[in-house]
Design a protein around this ligand. Structure first.
Ligand code: PFF
Length: 472
């Protein structure tokens, strides 16, 4: 027997929670750094296109699966497909992705917590911009400090998830999203006054095809899935807590628009700093930590602004990590009959342990030769594996399931329940059935080199450029 499920207390409550899970380090940290690495412009356009043409339809599909089945990710696929192993596997792939993301997410958020304290001590005082940004390099190669904050953040997440969805998640998500928005707007206004703003604007919005590779397109797709929290069973689980009167398509549109607007704001906040103070857009994973404190240190009230920003950074990470831990735990509760307490604790502790090599990935303490063997740190390997491969794959299979295997009448019934605007049903199902699968498959095959849409020329050019730069 299924136990009666908890439901969100109001529709707005749900939107805030879904937005809270979606807006997180993907927008604040990943978007700027991946955009920087991929040369801006065209990458941004492709990211937005992926968000609306592929991400949004899949987002709606996930909510529909969850609300129809009233179960977590694995349980939903099992229930709807009458226990077919393959589809249950898709659910598990999503759960695995959530678990892996959480393992490095807490490392990042932990660094954010550390920056709250660094801000309180005004660590930028008497330092040049280069020295301020150098602080991150030192922090990330300090295993003990990173590990401490990784533990602190994981524990914080567990403490919030333990009591259950209403008291925990909904409560926390309520005002974070709006506070973040306000502070972002303020910072963008300041960045607007920097001399590098024009250059940043051009970098972000003028398409330059020569800077994008096939891999970049797959990264844009992965990024849009990451920011929308797709392909991990999150929205399936959250959909299962929705009421029949909640409007699924509208929720999807609101979240996709919000994510896009916030990503653009973050870009407009960060890139002017990069161009004004002579940093490189392709600085990589530490971009946010390296550039923002430089800006903050120039502002009147630096202490308050920097501290507030990093507190919000941690809170937005928290509203996302809650979702990650929740979704993994929900499956154990549903499928194995574990108590909530046991599930959350086991998941939290496992995430912490699996996150240790990520936390120590810039040190020689564990897997010292990882980078030599795999070409990137343990942290980045896990990030890339999940964001670039697992999420698009899982999103693809979800779209295929809803488009081709899920009973059409039931899909339509679920879609219509809670909305009056049914004229978008047909275009939506068309996107789920055809556009999303074909696009994702094409992008994956192109990246894997099975088909070649850009002649392979660009990669060769880029490799040559990299070589020239590294030699000079
Ligand atoms: N969407 C989140 C972000 O952009 O940071 C990441 C994420 C959070 C993914 C929660 C999945 C999730 F359940």
């Amino acid at each position: 027997m299924q136990k009666a499920r908890e439901h969100w207390s109001s529709h707005l409550g749900f939107i805030l929670v879904a937005a809270g899970s979606a807006i997180g380090l993907g927008t604040l940290w990943k978007f700027p750094y991946v955009t920087g690495e991929n040369g801006g412009g065209l990458f941004v356009i492709i990211y937005i296109a992926c968000t609306f043409l592929i991400g949004l339809p899949v987002f709606i599909a996930e909510l529909i699966i969850g609300r129809a089945a009233q179960r977590g990710a694995v349980g939903s696929f099992a229930f709807l497909s009458h226990n077919q192993t393959f589809w249950k596997g898709v659910g598990w792939l999503g759960v695995l992705s959530s678990f892996l993301i959480m393992s490095f997410y807490s490392v990042l958020a932990g660094w954010g917590m550390n920056y709250v304290f660094m801000s309180l001590t005004q660590f930028w005082e008497g330092r040049t911009p280069a020295e301020i940004s150098q602080a991150f390099t030192i922090l990330s190669s300090s295993g003990d400090i990173t590990l401490f904050w990784h533990l602190a953040f994981t524990a914080l997440t567990v403490a919030v998830v333990l009591p259950g969805i209403r008291q925990g998640i909904e409560y926390w998500s309520r005002f974070m999203t709006s506070s973040l928005f306000v502070i972002l707007l303020g910072l963008v206004c300041y960045s607007f006054t920097l001399e590098g703003f024009g250059k940043a604007f051009n970098f972000l919005f003028s398409p330059d095809a020569s800077r994008l590779t096939a891999k970049g397109v797959l990264q844009a797709l992965g990024l849009s899935f990451f920011t929308l929290s797709l392909g991990q069973g999150i929205m399936i689980t959250y959909g299962s807590y929705m009421r029949k009167s909640d409007n699924i398509p509208r929720t999807g549109v609101i979240i996709a628009v919000t994510i896009t607007v916030i990503s653009m704001l973050v870009g407009l906040m960060i890139f002017p700093i990069i161009f004004t103070f002579g940093f490189q857009p392709e600085e990589g994973l530490g971009l946010v930590f390296k550039t923002l404190p430089v800006l903050f240190s120039k502002l009147p009230g630096a202490l308050i602004i920097s501290t507030t920003f990093f507190i919000l950074f941690v809170f937005t990470a928290l509203t996302s990590s809650i979702a990650l831990v929740e979704v993994v735990s929900a499956n154990f509760i549903d499928l194995l009959g574990w108590s909530r307490r046991k599930a959350v604790l086991v998941v939290g502790i496992s995430c912490f342990i699996f996150g240790i090599p990520s936390a120590l990935s810039n040190t020689d303490l564990v897997f010292a030769n990882w980078k030599l063997v795999y070409g990137k740190t343990f942290f980045s390997t896990i990030d890339e594996l999940v964001s670039t491969w697992f999420l698009p794959l899982c999103g693809l299979l979800t779209a295929i399931y809803v488009g081709w295997f899920f009973d059409r009448k039931q899909v339509e019934h679920e879609y219509r329940s809670g909305t009056n605007t049914i004229r978008f049903f047909r275009p939506w199902i068309f996107f789920v059935k055809w556009v999303a699968p074909i696009a994702v498959i094409t992008i994956i095959l192109n990246t894997a080199g099975v088909i070649n849409l850009d002649g392979g020329q660009k990669e060769v050019e880029q490799e040559m450029e990299v070589e020239t730069v590294s030699r000079s």
